[in-house]
Design a protein around this ligand. Structure first.
Ligand code: HXC
Length: 261
């Protein structure tokens, strides 16, 4: 696997763990890191052996403490717009990655860090994790699609409460409002993420990626259209060997062995 300056990538069978690696800057996303994330997911899309990805932050303090403020402080309007567009593009690539992406949130997930977590399919958080969209403290709005993903996850009211105040909330509160899916002890976070990734990786891969598509695309559609789309994808499952294998294994009372075809 390619090597990066600001990412640590570890592959273990069908699971890849990518850690944002700028611990001294609390893993703040600078341009170079954003470009590496883009390249990483673009390349990974071609690797059919990968069935789940985990994103985490290196060090014990931060997942990602936001976009790098030192790079933004002197930005002019058009550069700032392009920076927002780049981040949106990279996070959309992650959201639309054809296999599940799990955020293992080990510490601060602020601003762009919270937005990165929201682009993932499932968010596991350490009890020590902290969340927020503190951009208003800096005179800016969220810009990596946080104004869109946050209300879709937690509802408009909670999204506005967090975004207008810039308040930082802990993992339990994030769980209560639906921003994270599960909270675990800090020392168990990576194991829990790997166990979940392994559980997903053992399922029929095409079915998992169609389910991701059906949910991601479907929630943006009008219901009747979304049902039709779901039915198409359901039908498409019957073109796979794994559908035959899954159902035959059930009938034969044995465990299925999925091949991803
Ligand atoms: C650049 C950052 C940073 C960031 C932390 N650091 N966050 N550098 N960009 N987003 C740096 C600090 O400057 C410091 O560097 C080092 O990391 C350690 O941080 P401290 O502040 O000393 O740690 P602590 O006192 O524990 O406070 C932690 C913190 C605080 C509460 C997370 O660092 C903080 O408030 N950070 C900014 C969070 C934020 O506003 N994020 C949103 C950014 S805007 P030195 O060199 O002093 O050791 C954004 C917009 C996205 O994300 C959309 C763009 C289009």
């Amino acid at each position: 696997m390619e090597s990066f300056n600001n990412l640590i990538v570890e592959k273990d069978g069908a699971i890849v763990v990518v850690s944002i690696n700028r611990p001294k800057e609390l893993n703040a996303l600078n341009l170079a890191t954003m470009q590496e994330l883009d390249k990483f997911f673009e390349t990974l899309e071609e690797d059919a052996s990968v069935r789940a990805v985990i994103i985490t932050g290196n060090g014990d303090k931060a997942f990602v403490a936001g976009a790098d403020i030192t790079e933004m402080v002197n930005m002019k309007a058009l550069t700032a717009r392009d920076w927002a567009r780049l981040g949106q593009k990279v996070f959309s690539r992650i959201e639309n990655f054809s296999r599940p992406v799990i955020a293992a949130i080990n510490g601060f997930a602020l601003g762009g860090g919270c937005e990165l977590a929201m682009a993932c399919d499932i968010r596991l958080a350490s009890e020590k994790a902290k969340f927020g969209q503190p951009e208003v403290n800096l005179g800016i709005t969220p810009g990596f699609a946080g104004t869109q993903r946050l209300p879709r996850l937690v509802g408009k009211g909670q999204a506005k409460l967090l975004t207008f105040t810039g308040d930082i909330i802990d993992a339990q509160e994030a769980k209560t409002i639906g921003l994270v899916d599960k909270v675990v002890a800090p020392e168990e976070l990576l194991t829990a993420a790997k166990t979940l990734a392994g559980e997903i990786a053992a399922k029929a891969p095409v079915a998992v990626s169609y389910a991701k598509l059906a949910i991601n695309r479907g929630v943006e559609m009008e219901s009747e259209q979304a049902y039709a789309y779901e039915a198409e994808l359901f039908g498409m499952c019957f073109t796979t060997e794994d559908q035959t294998e899954g159902m035959t294994a059930f009938v034969e009372k044995r465990k299925p062995c999925f091949k991803g075809i």
